[in-house]
Ligand binder design. Structure first.
Ligand code: PEP
Length: 264
């Protein structure tokens, strides 16, 4: 049962396409999703295509309830930063959400906590919803240090963020060892980390503020394995990679979140 003392947070399912799909496949996927989203889903839905497809996807989704997000953003507004995309550019085309600090950005592109903090601040300053990703690697989990590690990543990522702004951030707990590997973190373990994240938010801000913030799980989510996670009141949604590339499968995951909204 849902704890009545805490506000019922609306679940959200976000699809992260990463560097996948061609333009025709992207259009096909988004048209299917758009028609599925005409169902009465009581959850928030977002998709984060590669930059190059954002404008087309936004165009197709005009008037639908699906939010379009970017997978990354630089923190400067303009200048000599070859290959980067600025908050102003994303604003120009109508983007509302941006994933920040995905583990692939941290690991492959060596983004640091302090850069990620600058990106979160820039996203807030430009009125985006930042989706701040955090998560430990396998070695850290095996040492029993997952909660401690993630708490530190959150602390660094939200440095100097005001009470007013913190509520606008969505947190996504994504254990690195579960991303794209087919190995999902159990609902029980994911809940422990999500609770640790909420606790740090409670300590730094307040119980009231922390209870308003959505904390998601991500890592090898499929419609067949996400039921135990999404039905838990401490998991406010999912950040979905591979399974967001197929309209039917992504819709089934949204269905699970929708049912969880009714039953909690
Ligand atoms: C992700 O890209 O954030 C992710 C969790 O990927 P996957 O669902 O494929 O593990």
């Amino acid at each position: 049962m849902y704890n009545n003392d805490i506000m019922k947070r609306k679940k959200i399912i976000i699809g992260n396409w990463k560097m996948n799909l061609s333009l025709p496949l992207a259009q096909d996927l988004i048209l299917k999703l758009k028609s599925e989203s005409e169902k009465k889903w009581d959850v928030d839905i977002a998709v984060c295509p590669p930059y190059i497809y954002l404008a087309q996807v936004l165009n197709i989704l005009k008037g639908s309830k699906i939010t379009v997000g970017a997978q990354n953003m630089y923190y400067k507004e303009e200048g000599a930063f070859t290959g980067e995309i600025s908050p102003l550019m994303l604003k120009d085309i109508g983007i509302q959400m941006v994933i920040i600090g995905h583990s692939e950005r941290r690991q492959i592109f060596k983004e640091t906590d302090s850069e990620i903090n600058l990106k979160v601040k820039a996203a807030l300053q430009h009125d985006f919803t930042p989706v701040l990703c955090i998560g430990e690697d396998l070695g850290t989990r095996e040492k029993g240090k997952a909660e401690e590690y993630v708490t530190q990543q959150v602390t660094n990522g939200i440095k100097d963020i005001s009470k007013n702004d913190i509520e606008k951030i969505i947190f996504a707990y994504e254990p690195i060892w579960a991303i794209g590997t087919g190995k999902i973190c159990s609902g029980e373990d994911a809940v422990k980390v999500n609770k640790a994240i909420r606790n740090i938010l409670k300590e730094k801000y307040s119980t009231e503020i922390s209870n308003k913030i959505r904390i998601l799980y991500g890592g090898s989510i499929k419609s067949a394995n996400f039921g135990e996670h999404i039905s838990n009141e401490d998991i406010d949604g999912g950040l979905v990679g591979g399974a967001s590339l197929k309209a039917e499968e992504f819709a089934k995951i949204i269905d699970l979140a929708d049912k969880a909204m009714v039953t909690i």
